[in-house]
Write a protein that binds this ligand. Structure first.
Ligand code: SAH
Length: 266
């Protein structure tokens, strides 16, 4: 078992528990392309079961920089051996089989895998290019996964199928643990009621200072302004900016009212 490769995903522990198992792959190039599909989505645990040919230049080339996944991929003789320690095993099939197996769509499969990956190793299994998974191999799975392709042309390229499922897993991983970048800084948080009211008080004072109301009651204008600003969901930063503008307006009004000092210099 290789040590989990450090992840760049939002939830490295979860991704590290997800094994992508390729069974009996015929074209090494497809293994390379599958590794690339996985790595773009933050997955690293590739496992091979009895590939028809050893990894070659084509596999390297089509991995496009995901050679580390190829190098660390264990090779097993049978699927049973590859998933022996897994709590949940899902098998991807291009067509409905006669085996009595629950069939999941990709997003539901990703959700189920993540649920189990919180505590245990899970496996998502892909079959041979020509013949897919055997019925015996599907019997080892807890459920099957089908990408709802056109029934008249239902079979995706192996690496394309891996990409679709890896993408669904990525979405589920991101939803489970939002990236640090998505956590707002405290200044970007919504302003509190008290902060917004402080701004409204200063706005009212400023409108008086610049004689905005010209003898009219300030109530109507203030009501409209309150409605406008409350609709915008002000952040702490925005309240600070607006209060800075008001402070300058108040300063200028003071200068203007100070006779001599009222000569506004540019
Ligand atoms: N002719 C094979 C298809 C093999 S495609 C068959 O009929 O089973 C290689 C592998 O890609 C499949 O074993 C499966 O794991 C995956 N795959 C391809 N198309 C898929 C689809 N529509 N849904 C789910 N998995 C698919």
């Amino acid at each position: 078992m290789p040590a989990p490769v450090p992840q760049s995903t939002a939830a490295p522990d979860l991704a590290g528990n997800i094994r992508i198992v390729l069974v009996g792959t015929q074209h090494p190039g497809n293994i390379g392309a599958a590794a690339r599909a996985m790595k773009t989505m933050g997955l690293s645990r590739l496992v091979l079961v009895a590939p028809e040919k050893p990894l070659d230049d084509d596999a390297q080339r089509r991995s496009a920089g995901a050679e580390d996944l190829l190098q660390s991929a264990p090779v097993h003789a049978t699927l049973a051996e590859a998933v022996a320690d897994c709590r949940l095993v899902l098998g991807c099939t291009a067509r409905s089989r006669r085996v009595q197996l629950e069939q999941l769509e990709p997003d539901a499969a990703a959700g189920r895998l993540l649920q189990f990956a919180a505590a245990d190793t899970v496996a998502l299994v892909f079959g041979r290019e020509r013949t897919g998974l055997t019925n015996e191999e599907l019997q080892l799975c807890h459920a099957s996964v089908h990408i709802p392709s056109d029934p008249a042309f239902s079979s995706l390229n192996l690496a394309a199928a891996v990409q679709v499922l890896a993408y669904e897993l990525r979405l589920a991983l991101l939803a489970a643990a939002p990236a640090d970048a998505a956590i707002p800084r405290s200044d970007d948080l919504g302003a509190t009621h008290e902060q917004v009211e402080g701004f409204f008080s200063q706005l009212a004072e400023t409108l008086d200072a610049i004689d905005f109301h010209k003898g009219r009651s300030p109530d109507s204008a203030m009501r409209k302004l309150r409605r406008l600003f409350l609709r915008t969901d002000l952040t702490v930063n925005e309240v600070r900016l607006l209060r800075g503008v008001l402070a300058d307006a108040q300063r200028m009004a003071r200068l203007a009212g100070e006779g001599e000092g009222g000569r506004l210099s540019p």
